[in-house]
Design a protein around this ligand. Sequence first.
Ligand code: UT7
Length: 343
Amino acid sequence: MPNAYISGTGYYVPPRRVTNDELVTEYRIDTSNEWIVQRTGIEERRFADAGVSCSDLALKASEMAIRNAGIDKKAIEMIIFATLSPDQHFPGSGCFLQEKLGLCDGDSATFVPALDIRNQCSGFLYGLATADSMIKSGAVKHVLLVGAEVHSAAIDLTTRGRNVSTLFGDGAGVVVVSATDADRGVRRWNLGADGRNADKLHMRIWDISKRPYIPLDESGNGCMLPEMMYPNMNGKAVFKHAVERMISVLLKTLGDVNQSLNDVDLFLFHQANLRINQFIQQQLGVPEEKFFHNIQRYGNTTAGTIPILLAEAEENGRLKPGMKVAIVVFGSGFTWGCALIDW
Ligand code: UT7
């Protein structure tokens, strides 16, 4: 059975930086740099311009990942696309990306399968587990695994939505997951979900139980209420569950392979709140230097956080061949997961 390893990483964030102060001056949100930094560690985020879709960000990150993997794009045999802000409700963004990558062009068109994953902040790890399983089954040799978001179009950038909209940013990270006979790669993963907490962090956007699924005005046009249009979050509940689940899934996954926290060279945690990650780091007694964070610069890019972290850590030399990496995520659903990789 082959092993699955990450053969190339890439990322792309839109050029427009929005600082915490600009949320106050440009968007007139009643917040402050002090409030946001103190509670979350976030200093700025990137916002895509109107006209830019999730698959556009993913395309640029994919090109970098494919280049770094040293393969031809036509060697990709499957696309897995994790996002909660897809280009459209359907079809999935993986189909848009496939076309933009040119995989449908000419006589050598590959028409590879494209799978969208809807597991929010845990989406990339659910995708990694899927890619790992596909590769270990022998079905495919190279999977393009994407985590990408355009949040800025779909968050309530007013004071009403400040408990959510000040936290999120846009960006894409992509990895190529490849088969290898070498003794390296994804060693173990665990995933979990607890649907009892679905209402703690959700965006209803439509309610398919209703007839019609969104309310209509007197002229028969759809009326989207703010509480349907934008994400809602019980921040304190998310914080508490995140700490508990991230610690337990990390310790369980290490225990599954008879390893301890000391064996891990680099911890890459979902970038939702720097304070959550620091709290866990202190609870576990792990040295701060073993963590790499970028939430200060990008905010929470949901499915994008882990692949952007991987790409930046590789680019700046924090992540080197032979290192043992522990990835831990938590998000809406609730969903969570951990993966251990020998890089
Ligand atoms: O991928 C998972 C994504 N989400 C998370 O991981 C979030 C986890 N939770 C958190 O990070 C924290 O709960 C937050 C940072 C979101 C909020 O911190 P908190 O200390 O739990 O604040 P809170 O929601 O209890 O709100 C306290 C006060 C409220 O005002 P009142 O009602 O006491 O007058 C909020 O309206 O802070 C207010 N508030 C803000 N004030 C300024 C909420 N957001 C903001 C803001 N700026 N951005």
